[in-house]
Design a protein around this ligand. Sequence first.
Ligand SMILES: [Fe+2]
Length: 202
Amino acid sequence: MRTVFDELLSGVQSFLAGFDEQAAQSFVASIDWSMPARELVPRGLPCLVHLDRAAEIAGEEGRALVAQLRDHAGRFRWGQTYTSADFGQKFIDNYGWLEVFGTRGHFANDGVAGGFLVLGPGIEYPDHHHMAEELYIPLTAGTEWRMGDQPWRRRAAGEVIHHDSNVSHAMRTGDEPLLAFYLWRGGPLAARSTVTGTTGQA
Ligand SMILES: [Fe+2]
């Protein structure tokens, strides 16, 4: 019998199949979808209050996936890499991720990690970098993204954002929350990012 976890994984697979950008296709080609399920104790987070709004404003390409995530959010194990000592309590109350597959997620995959990131409105995730190569696809519009020395850029839902290994990047939300899907490969898949920026919110 298919579980909500199987449904989410297949929702992710269908979602990713809709992107023909070269970086997205390269990542997708490196994913072995026959992943064993892992039993994880569910864990909620304060940032999950933003999933209702994310589902309302989700772009067409991600709407079904976001609805799935919202409807079963309480079944999943949400995590945080940072504490209030890093970026302040407001950040911690408005930030969280869910690893769908990877070295610690609901499905075991040692080659590629994939999951969701939530940021509430008015939050800045300061400059950080990591060894893994990363792909982000925002499911909600309006967040500004920055890479390296480039200026901030407001991104639409369904844009493919590619960060090479160890390239610095940052995000800041506006009036709406961010829900984004991410993929990591080619580095330690549960590594903590190196943070070089500050929020000014701490
Ligand atoms: Fe990143």
